[in-house]
Design a protein around this ligand. Sequence first.
Ligand code: AMP
Length: 475
Amino acid sequence: MDTSYNEYKEYRECMDYLDFSNINIFLAYNINVDAIKYYTSGKEIQNLIERYGEDDIIEKYNEYPRKICNPIDYIARLIHAMANGKPAEVPLLDDENLNKWFDNFKYDEERMGGQVGIIANLLSILRTKKVIAYSPILSKKQAEMFVDNDNLVYPSVVDGNLVLKKPIESYKENDPLKINRIFEYKEGIEFKLGPKHIITPIANRFIVASRPDKLRLEIKEDLKEKLPEIGEQIDCAIFSGYQGIKEKYSDGKTYEYYFTKAEEDLDLLRQKNKKIKIHLEFASIQNINLRKNIINRILPKMDCLGMDETEVGNLISTMGYEELGQKIIKDSKMEDVVEASKIIMETYPNLELLQVHTLYYILVMCKKDNPLTTKQLKKILELATILAATKAKLGEISNDSDLFKGLTVPRNKYNELFKSIVDNLQKEEKYKNYKIVATPSRLVDVPKSTVGLGDTISSGAFVGYVSLLKEANKK
Ligand code: AMP
């Protein structure tokens, strides 16, 4: 059999598994515009260092600012991100002059951003039956960034009734626009900071996330009343964007207030439909207070959880396992990620599926009695890696035949190693009550872009899971 035939066979198999047409999904809360700048050489970074003063930048670099309040904070955190090659997102102070400073960069492109925005377009293209995507703000420019398909709608309330129409028929003229600035960098970019000679170890990105005071993470009152009705129409939901909550707003409201609202949203959505599966996409959360609130108040209400490796490290550290968290971030060992996953699942028994994606593998852990077989779980992960490789290669997935491009990307060289690690872990007594399944990533050498890859993996894996579960429960 020739290779192209095998690839075609795999493609068909993947497409058979990719049947999302039995799934109705609700997504909240974050949509924004991503303005993307690609750093392709170290010269631009070196110029920034010279312009803003090496000594001041080194001082900030050592301080590790968790919020960007001036250009030097930005340069320091950008250098951190580039030096270790890990994805990072840091909030920006809501300040007009600072925004203007960022507007002065020459951005290479603008596109749909925010987890809800990215996932909504992807799931719509993958022919999900219905995608209901919500964000508290929807400006015209933002609405235009959604794909124009009948299966993708935005919820509104008109004359007291729930109305589901395309985003382009639902935007509000005066709504503000949230723009995140994304700085993508290639592998091998070189520059100097004092005695340090920095070379980016891998292509990745650094996100400067805007936090407009007017944008509140909530479901507006009139729509909130309709959440039980939405709940009756869906099989599952993905909640994301909690990292966008601010500690304090100009009107005195605090994060406590918005977390209470967020808890209510989840309860209302389930009120009339107890079967809904809800997934939390964890995301990079700099503020420790916010992270604690997400862990203590939101996580106990979820069925599924998706994270990258750094996020597992941060989550487990915040849960009190500092040493394990540090180890995960520093050594990137699968055994540590599995150990952390087990601790998370034991602490939060409400979780039935936990998914972790790293550069080299994607892994799920669930309880032994989960109705899906290891083979089915593997297929789901396989699909997720194909989605990621396609997006990494093309930048965007525009239709389902694009996936063929992802399929031609080979699995990375650690394939056999991961297999033996998982086999050995699965034999250990402490994991006897769990199914652990992993698959190696299909790593694109020179990715077009790395933004939204994690969201693509998580949403593909989650919807694949719910879809197979729905079929299994019919039998
Ligand atoms: P996140 O950090 O949540 O956005 O997730 C990024 C994920 O995308 C990684 O864990 C990998 O699984 C995947 N990924 C990153 N870079 C590439 C690449 N060059 N080719 C294919 N997949 C990638």
